[in-house]
Design a protein around this ligand. Structure first.
Ligand code: SAM
Length: 255
């Protein structure tokens, strides 16, 4: 899969996209990352990429010509899916990442300043996407988030294909709690059932705690679930365990 990123700050991408799993995906030819500097496509001799907003107001707006010229220079082969990063876009989620992981090519346009001339969004992109309800200083970090989330779903990128399937959001529920060695850390023990070797009981425990955690932390997701009889049984087990421990299964810690 090819990722084309249009940015005024290409240097921001060097380290995050060359380390760990993403770096390996590049080395193994599973993804190609191409970063274009929007400024290289500016028309005037001062290489201006922004200007004052028509109608007045604070800040600067990114001009349309350099962005559209960059898009045109990159060509249409393979067919690109062009995305403008914007806090006003539709929310990016795991389903979006799954959908895009099957594309041959994704183009991500990073805005800066007060954003991008509206004509780019209206006439030159396939969709506008936000990574969350907060405002970043630029689209670069959003682009990195998207490249990461999409890349790890491309077949062959993760060592163990099943690990992407069992995770949070793949099934609209949060993942169950995870523990590793030591069995006891500063007086806090790993739940006994996880040490029991009873696979069916462990599966039930994990399902129950995943459902309970989702209900507590993400009631919006929980409301969309259709629980089976078995799910209700698992959830009940988790509720009893938490009640017996006298703790709340909310998102907060002990301190
Ligand atoms: N004035 C704009 C508004 O109120 O919608 C915000 C512009 S923001 C400071 C500059 C750029 O950062 C945007 O053009 C966009 O590319 C990027 N950006 C900021 N927040 C984002 C978010 N939540 N998701 C995706 N991109 C974002």
């Amino acid at each position: 899969m090819i990722f084309d990123i249009l940015s005024l700050f290409p240097g921001m991408f060097a380290s995050p996209l060359s380390e760990s799993i993403l770096g390996k995906a590049v080395d193994r030819g599973l993804i190609t990352l191409r970063i274009q500097n929007i400024r290289d496509f500016a028309l005037d001799r001062h290489q201006m990429t922004d200007d004052r907003p028509f109608g007045g107001g604070e800040g600067m707006v990114m001009k349309p010509e350099p962005i559209v010229r960059a898009l045109e220079a990159m060509g249409r082969e393979p067919t690109p899916h062009v995305v403008l990063l914007s806090p006003q876009g539709r929310l990016f989620h795991q389903g979006t990442a799954r959908r895009w992981s099957g594309l041959p090519r994704l183009v991500l346009i990073c805005g800066r300043y007060e954003g991008v001339d509206e004509r780019v969004a209206r006439h030159f992109v396939n969709e506008e996407i936000s990574i969350g309800d907060y405002v970043l200083t630029g689209g670069e970090l959003a682009a990195m988030v998207i490249v990461d989330a999409v890349t790890r779903l491309i077949p062959g990128v993760l060592g163990n294909e099943s690990s992407a399937v069992a995770e949070s959001f793949e099934e609209l529920i949060l993942e169950h709690p995870q523990y590793t060695r030591p069995q006891e850390f500063r007086g806090f023990r790993v739940p006994e059932i996880l040490l029991s070797g009873h696979h069916a009981a462990i599966r039930k425990w994990r399902r129950g705690h995943a459902l309970l955690r989702t209900r507590q932390r993400r009631p919006d997701l929980f409301a969309r679930l259709e629980l089976t009889v078995e799910d209700r049984d698992c959830l009940g087990g988790a509720e009893e365990e938490v009640a017996a421990e006298g703790r709340h299964a909310d998102a907060g810690g002990d301190i």
